[in-house]
Design a protein around this ligand. Structure first.
Ligand SMILES: [Fe+2]
Ligand SMILES: [Fe+2]
Ligand SMILES: [Fe+2]
Length: 312
């Protein structure tokens, strides 16, 4: 059971911290308030109710669904214009078919919302990615509270030490913020599991890197950012995941991200081991991996001696 007002307020608080989402935050704040003065909030309220009705039973005729919706809203004058719009746009079977088939809705989506897309440039994307990392990806598990921010800063510090351009460092920051976004698709029971994961659970855990790839691809991001973000568990000898790429296929950016990810994980607590490692111990473990041809030694050498672990 969720408290409707509380979750609307929480949604508002999270979204109001995310750049470019201020207007959306206000709509979300009121989406369970039937007497809201915001028409857009009331539309969400209405759609929420329609969804509940449509899930309670199967409808084979749009008119049956309309009748149920009418019964709920007929006395709510505040919803008159929304109801009129709903009735005129849901007359056809196509509405019911789309409602029951998410792929069909996706196909028509650009037609519905085309004029509402905001295309972000790379600088804006970097700001948005950081807030997504802080508020969603890292917050999902208590073991990763600062992980994405750490990885992003470690990767860009390494690149700076290797004399990469500022633009390249920013690319690594953005990819670092987003590298574990696929974890949003993995249940916490697996992410926080206290022990060695076996068979299907280990595959589900590893799938986060694949979902980083498929999700960022759906968002239409820069291919370079997608590659750097989703190759962070690949190894030079081809034994990593999810694609099993090897050194001939991994860019130096991909390789930096892999080192930054392992370094950051070693410096933090994890459910499956007793404590975090200090800098010297972490470097030793990384050198061991380099000896086994998993990661590149010159990148480990470029990890700054006194790298600052992120604190909010
Ligand atoms: Fe809600
Ligand atoms: Fe990961
Ligand atoms: Fe990671």
């Amino acid at each position: 059971m969720i408290n409707l007002q509380e979750h609307a307020q929480l949604g508002y608080e999270i979204l109001s911290q995310i750049p470019f989402c201020e207007n959306i935050a206000l709509i979300v704040k009121d989406h369970h308030n039937a007497s809201s003065s915001s028409l857009l909030s009331r539309i969400i309220y209405f759609a929420d109710e329609v969804d509940v009705i449509a899930r309670k039973q199967e409808f084979y005729n749009p008119k049956d669904l309309q009748a149920k919706v009418f019964a709920v809203f007929k006395d709510k004058l505040h919803f008159k214009s929304i109801m009129d719009a709903f009735f005129s746009s849901t007359l056809m079977d196509s509405f019911l078919i789309m409602l029951n088939n998410i792929e069909e809705i996706r196909y028509f989506l650009p037609m519905f919302v085309e004029d509402r897309f905001i295309v972000l440039d790379n600088a804006q994307l970097m700001i948005l990615a950081k807030e997504i990392a802080k508020n969603f990806i890292d917050k999902k598990s208590k073991f990763t509270l600062t992980h994405s921010i750490d990885v992003a800063h470690t990767a860009s510090s390494i690149a700076r030490n290797l004399s990469f351009t500022e633009k390249d460092c920013e690319l690594l920051l953005t990819a670092g913020y987003l590298h574990d976004i696929g974890k949003l698709f993995v249940p916490n029971a697996i992410l926080d599991f206290n022990g060695k994961l076996e068979s299907i659970n280990w595959l589900v855990m590893k799938s986060h890197a694949y979902y980083t790839f498929s999700f960022l691809t759906k968002l239409n991001l820069d291919k370079q950012i997608i590659d750097i973000a989703s190759h962070h568990h690949e190894y030079l000898d081809g034994s990593g995941y999810p694609f099993g790429l090897d050194k001939t296929q991994l860019s130096v950016f991909d390789q930096i991200m892999a080192v930054a990810d392992i370094y950051s994980a070693l410096r933090q607590n994890r459910p499956y081991r007793q404590h975090m490692f200090d800098h010297a111990q972490a470097i030793e473990i990384l050198y061991d991996l380099a000896k086994k041809d998993k990661i590149a030694k010159f990148i480990i050498d470029a990890i700054p001696l006194s790298i600052r672990l992120w604190r909010y």
